[in-house]
Ligand binder design. Structure first.
Ligand SMILES: Nc1ncnc2c1ncn2[C@@H]1O[C@H](COP(=O)(O)OP(=O)(O)OP(=O)(O)O)[C@@H](O)[C@H]1O
Length: 327
């Protein structure tokens, strides 16, 4: 049985289509990313999966229960954890009181362990919490009854990088324990670090569902090189290179070309001296989706000052592979 099964799921808000005929499934034990830009329909999907709103058409099951069947869904929720996009706790009570209430409804087997790990200031009223502390409290709440399925809407928003790292380690450990995790994000790098598979959503429609390896292969890497000497454009015209940009830089000590022009006008002698010192360099940048050995070969034929390789930003991924406009 799939942990989540969605078929033709559509939600309309009057004339606005929140999600349009989504079909996908999440297998037990999978960490599944739901990736899309603002307004893509991530929250609409999650709220429909949890029965907070009914679909206009289509069906969804979570842990085998039809989300339209209130009673079944209520019993399934004993095994489901939920982390909303903006946790709305009663601000007048303390974190401890919020967790006590949740414990009475769902249980709290893992409360102490999670408090140790994420450490929200539970003795204080929530109104005094920072955004990150609210998020930490919400994480403890989502996991403390030891759910088998956890659904999270942009779980790391508001967390600082260290806590994000702690959260990522935690999710990996949960996966090893067999927990199924479904989470939305608009950050490709976050999804990449955690997920087995990813669904990409845009304007309410599912663009693709694929393994993270396939997605990364399709989305490519952004490569920046600073090469000593001049570069022949043809050296970087091979399969998998897109948006190639080559720019000569004839400066030293971080001076830009426009700085150089200024120097030419003002201090010609000094510039000549600097040019002799520095020689010419070339900046090359492109997005790469090809065979990594071809890239290594091409780069290896040059003498490098700098070499950076990073993930393509999500909006580039949409532009290049899914025919989107900007996000
Ligand atoms: N209650 C509502 N009434 C009317 N339109 C809505 C409602 N909720 C969502 N929408 C619309 O449905 C579409 C999807 O919104 P949704 O909040 O699900 O996107 P999202 O991917 O979660 O975006 P974000 O990353 O900004 O949270 C948007 O066009 C949004 O304006």
């Amino acid at each position: 049985m799939a942990a989540i099964e969605v078929s033709g799921l559509t939600k309309e808000y009057g004339s606005v289509i929140g999600i349009d005929s989504l079909t996908f499934s999440v297998e037990e034990g999978e960490v599944f990313g739901f990736l899309g830009p603002n307004g893509a329909g991530k929250t609409t999907t999650i709220r429909t999966l949890l029965g907070f709103q009914s679909p206009t058409t289509g069906t969804a099951t979570v842990l085998g229960c039809d989300t339209r069947n209130e009673r079944d869904l209520r019993s399934a929720k004993a095994d489901i954890g939920y982390l909303p996009a903006t946790p709305a706790f009663d601000e007048s009570v303390t974190g401890s009181e919020i967790l006590d209430l949740h414990a009475r409804v769902k249980g709290a087997e893992r409360r102490e362990e999670l408090l140790e790990r994420f450490d929200p200031p539970v003795g204080r009223p929530v109104r005094e919490y920072s955004t990150g502390n609210v998020q930490k409290l919400a994480i403890v709440q989502a996991f403390m009854h030891d759910p088998t399925l956890v659904i999270m809407d942009e779980p790391t928003s508001g967390l600082d990088p260290l806590v994000q790292q702690r959260f990522n380690d935690f999710i990996r450990a949960e996966q090893r324990r067999g927990v199924t995790v479904f989470f939305s994000s608009h950050v490709l790098s976050e999804v990449r670090r955690l997920c087995d598979r990813v669904a990409i959503l845009r304007d309410g429609q599912l663009i693709t569902t694929e393994s993270i390896e396939a997605l990364l292969h399709r989305s490519g890497k952004v490569v920046h090189l600073r090469i000593i000497g001049e570069v022949d454009e043809s050296a970087f015209e091979f399969d998998g290179v897109h948006d190639l940009e080559i720019r000569a830089v004839s400066t030293a000590d971080g001076m830009s070309d426009s700085d150089s022009e200024h120097e030419i006008n003002g201090h010609a002698d000094e510039l000549a001296f600097r040019s002799v010192q520095s020689g010419s360099e070339t900046e090359v940048s492109f997005t790469f989706t090809g065979n990594v050995n071809d890239l290594v070969d091409a780069v290896g034929r040059h003498t490098l000052r700098e070499f950076d390789i990073e993930e393509a930003p999500l909006d580039d991924v949409f532009m290049r592979f899914y025919g989107g406009d900007d996000v």
